[in-house]
Design a protein around this ligand. Structure first.
Ligand code: ADP
Ligand code: MG
Length: 418
């Protein structure tokens, strides 16, 4: 299976290294993804001019058995994975395939999906890929039961997000599954899909951050930012431990549900905080790749480009570390994080001098943004512990008051939008 890739590599530092390409594939747009295997320990300073070379210009150091895949979101690759699943999606009881086109979604009108009828209430959100509507389940036998759900409507159809959700149900401990988006059912049409999911009624973290921007304090109080950071670190930690990379961690992909209103203890260890991670559309299942796979593509369509993408280094879990940093930054400063390289160290722009706990935050961002390589990822649990200690020492007393105030602000905001 040795392909001639080596002979086409111009850089002399590759001489003598055994690199074989297990597969080169092209998608319809003519861009190819390359799958490299580096079976031996190699010290590669730099190489360029790989076949279809514009895709890869890497500066790599000290790789041991690293598998490089260009683009984990490549459409053909995703199709291939879905077609080879040991348990195909159509075998799930809540998976439905229809021969027809995606139904037209009309607001304030009825819509039936299979044997269920819904009333489409309103549009609740829109991302780079989908529109999300609130709908009510119409239950003929019990007209007073108007359970609310969401429709995530996407063109073309997106079975991948549903696949990732099924994997989370299989891999995560049931006691923490409510921390991630739950889909009741998935409907696939010729030209699009509707994922019927749980409704989280109190807006995204981005929405909460923006509410504070309009208030005199301008940013979310630090007690709340630390509280949410501890929860976020835990959610991503658990996701990574079952080999899923979220791939699009940002404030608009965390959402507050009913539980946030009910949870008045605000215990830092509790799992009923009401913050949920949504949008699994860009997630990567590392179980589908060989052990130690890293990627080289940049996310172009949405989301943040992590340091590795900006500097053309391979990455895997780092993209979520960057997303966590960007989300926490947004809570602390109320603006999106911009990064700069300061004498070889990546740092966020921003006046840390005026920030409470500046030293801890500097360390937090430096460890999240300066990851040496795919084999030495910082411990999310360690960082969470440090933030938790700070929370217990300095913020536990004010959290209840601040949470109650945020609840009021969220309810007011919701009313004002109606
Ligand atoms: N379950 C949900 N409950 C309430 N709002 C949601 C839900 N899922 C998504 N949204 C809203 O819709 C937006 C887009 O949904 P998302 O799944 O992130 O789609 P995209 O892949 O297009 O980013 C979110 O940022 C959020 O505002
Ligand atoms: Mg999104």
């Amino acid at each position: 299976k040795m392909v001639t890739a080596v002979s086409k590599l111009s850089h002399s530092s590759l001489q003598g290294h055994c690199i074989c390409t297990s597969e080169i594939r092209k998608d319809k747009c003519g861009s190819s993804y390359l799958y490299y295997v580096m079976p031996r320990y190699s010290e590669i300073q730099e190489y360029m001019g790989v076949p279809k070379g514009s895709l890869l210009v890497l500066r790599l150091k000290y790789f041991r058995n690293l598998f490089l895949v260009e683009n984990p979101w490549n459409k053909e690759l995703i199709c291939k994975f879905l077609s080879e699943l040991p348990k195909p999606l159509h075998t799930y009881a809540n998976y439905f395939e229809w021969k027809s086109a995606l139904p037209f979604i009309k607001l304030k009108a009825e819509l039936s999906l299979g044997s269920s009828s819904f009333h489409v209430d309103c549009l609740v959100g829109e991302g780079a890929f989908a529109q999300v509507y609130q709908a009510s389940v119409l239950d003929a036998s019990n007209p007073r039961n108007n359970q609310k759900v969401t429709f995530k409507v996407q063109k073309p159809a997106n079975p991948w997000e549903f696949y990732i959700a099924t994997q989370l149900v299989e891999r995560l401990n049931p006691s923490i599954q409510h921390l991630y988006i739950h889909f009741y059912s998935a409907h696939f049409f010729q030209n699009g899909s509707i994922l019927v999911g749980e409704l989280y009624n109190y807006g995204t973290l981005l929405n909460a951050i923006n509410i504070y921007k309009k208030l005199p304090e301008k940013v979310m109080p630090q007690a709340l930012a630390i509280y949410f950071a501890v929860k976020i670190l835990y959610m991503v930690e658990e996701l990574h431990s079952c080999k899923i990379i979220h791939g699009d961690i940002k404030p608009d992909n965390f959402i507050l549900g009913e539980r946030f209103l009910d949870n008045d203890t605000c215990d830092i260890d509790s799992l009923s905080h009401g913050l949920t991670l949504i949008d699994l559309g860009q997630s990567i299942d590392m179980k589908l790749f060989p052990e130690g796979t890293a990627f080289t593509a940049k996310c172009e369509t949405s989301g943040f480009q992590c340091i590795e993408m900006l500097t053309q280094k391979p990455w895997n879990y780092q993209t979520d570390y960057f997303g966590i940093a960007a989300t926490v930054y947004c809570m602390l400063f109320g603006t999106y994080m911009q990064v700069k390289n300061d004498n070889g160290i990546w740092k966020p722009e921003g006046a840390f001098r005026r920030l409470a706990n500046a030293d801890l935050w500097k360390e937090f961002f430096e460890s999240m943004l300066n990851i040496p390589n795919c084999h030495s990822l910082p411990s999310l649990g360690g960082m969470r512990k440090r933030l938790k200690d700070l929370f217990c020492k300095s913020y536990a007393k004010e959290i209840k008051f601040l949470r109650n105030r945020l609840v009021v602000l969220l309810i007011e905001h919701k009313r004002s939008r109606k």
